[in-house]
Write a protein that binds this ligand. Structure first.
Ligand code: ZN
Length: 332
């Protein structure tokens, strides 16, 4: 069975995250199901919702304060550190941790914040978060903050909505490169994407997005953006969220796994198989019923394999590309 590194989940911010080890009732990831599906590692997000905002409403999400976000982030990072202390996960701080986790079968967890609201404009909190193990950061979720403009959910729509990085956002991206924190461009609008690309600091990473050519969601990457990601040596973690993979953009769980595989194929054809990987959005989005949860990963891998990838290519899509790009991002 192929071992998978998955670029994005919201598992540890769910209400029942305490049951991660013993087994959750529903949801997409817990330890037992991760093992069953061959999940060897993943990027675990701390995401703070806008209070009262229904993610599916299509209404723009209002900004949130640093106090709310910082409280959630410290709890989520603490949860990861406790899971590590108890031997349930290996918190990946350096590339060798990913290899060690794979070798001994412990789930590797990369700590991520989805939206940098927990970070003050002077970026002092970033040093503290890095020391606590943070190795990946999305400047924005789909709402504006002090650093950048998160793209609102819209279909059909270009991702070119709103202004680029603020001066604080430019400082944030530079500081992440210095510290060795990967910068995740999923949820960033197009102007911000190009601002980050122009800084030319690290491989460009979109941890959980799709191809705009196949699904015209504002959350997906245009072919020009894909080209920039490929040229930078970065990658796209293809998202499993039905609304971002279906050509009609509908939130319909009756979506075949072939729809996800088609995005993998498109990115590979456009920028090369070394620049495409997986980024589920488990526990953060509606995924195909045919996948179910993380235990269904082998079925998805079969659908991707059916696009004509060799076993060597499958290994890179499943694990190797994330391994390479995270090493480059963490080298600072
Ligand atoms: Zn997300």
């Amino acid at each position: 069975m192929l071992t998978v590194f998955d670029g994005h989940n919201d598992t540890l911010t769910r209400d029942d995250a305490d049951d991660f080890v013993t087994g959750r009732e529903g949801g997409h990831i817990d330890l037992r199901r991760a093992r069953e599906g061959g999940l060897g590692g993943g990027i675990f997000a701390a995401f703070t919702a806008t209070p009262g905002h229904d993610g599916d409403s299509g209404e723009p999400a209002a900004p949130i304060g640093q106090d709310l976000a910082a409280a959630l982030v410290s709890r989520t990072l603490g949860r990861l550190l406790r899971l590590e202390r108890e031997g349930h996960v290996r918190l990946a701080r350096r590339p060798g941790d990913l290899d060690a986790a794979r070798a001994d079968g412990t789930l590797a967890a990369v700590a991520h914040i989805e939206g940098a609201e927990a970070v003050d404009p002077e970026l002092l909190a970033l040093d503290a978060l890095h020391a606590a193990g943070l190795r990946s950061l999305g400047p924005v979720w789909s709402r504006p903050n002090a650093f950048a403009y998160g793209v609102p959910f819209a279909f059909p729509s270009s991702p070119d909505i709103g202004p680029g990085l603020t001066p604080a956002g430019t400082r944030l991206v530079r500081r992440c490169a210095e510290l060795g924190i990967a910068v995740d461009l999923s949820h960033l609008n197009e102007a911000g994407f190009w601002d980050v690309a122009r800084l030319d600091l690290a491989p460009l990473i979109a941890s959980h997005s799709g191809a705009h050519a196949l699904c015209a969601s504002s959350r997906n990457l245009t072919d020009a953006q894909l080209d920039a990601i490929g040229a930078s040596g970065g990658l796209v973690g293809v998202v499993f969220a039905v609304g971002f993979v279906r050509p009609d953009g509908k939130e319909d769980a009756d979506t075949p796994l072939e729809a996800i595989a088609a995005h993998v194929r498109h990115v590979a054809d456009r920028i090369g198989v070394d620049h495409v990987a997986l980024g589920s959005d488990f526990d953060g989005a509606e995924i195909p019923r045919a996948l179910g949860d993380v235990a269904g990963l082998p079925r998805l891998l079969d659908a991707i394999r059916a696009e004509g990838f060799s076993e060597d290519e499958m290994e890179r899509i499943a694990w190797g590309n994330w391994r390479r790009v995270l090493e480059a991002a963490w080298s600072g």
